[in-house]
Write a protein that binds this ligand. Structure first.
Ligand SMILES: [Zn+2]
Length: 157
């Protein structure tokens, strides 16, 4: 079985948003207090808890490069939360989401359309384990399926 890890956003980008208040598109970082579901922190891969202060920013994803590159809206804790990959498991930010998309890419950043799938977050781990063993797959980005926001990048461990 192919082991994997789910990677948070770059700690340097999280720190930059917290310190400068400016996002990667030159816009202001927005401040939100958690008032319900839908505040997945991309820096620690945990859900924001009720009342926690969060930031909302546009982040230039590091991968994929090339024609499939996109920026993404991301929530992150306003405080410096602990950032660490989640090893061989799917983070709660994915599992809690009602509908996610798995986007698979090869080493050149080209999208492997035949592997792409949209499904409930609770079903993401099984679908990922089936697909990540494919030798063409270099990494997988998991996004929310409706708004399309990046949740995590999955790498082979
Ligand atoms: Zn966090």
């Amino acid at each position: 079985m192919t082991r994997f890890r789910c990677v948070p956003m770059d700690p340097a980008a999280a720190a930059r948003f917290r310190i400068t208040g400016t996002d990667d598109r030159g816009g202001a970082v927005h401040h939100r207090a958690v008032d319900g579901p839908g505040f997945p922190c991309r820096a620690c891969l945990r859900l924001g808890l009720p009342g926690e202060a969060m930031l909302l920013a546009s982040w230039d994803l590091p991968l994929p490069r090339g024609p499939y590159w996109t920026p993404s809206p991301v929530f992150l804790h306003a405080r410096d939360c602990a950032s660490a990959p989640v090893e061989d498991s799917i983070p709660e930010t994915v599992r809690a989401n009602p509908l996610v998309s798995l986007r698979h890419y090869d080493a050149d950043g080209m999208c492997l359309y035949d592997l792409g799938v949209v499904l409930p977050g609770e079903a993401a781990e099984a679908a990922l384990r089936e697909r990540i063993a494919d030798p063409r797959v270099a990494f997988v980005n998991i996004h929310t399926a409706r708004p399309g926001c990046w949740l995590t990048r999955v790498e082979k461990a």
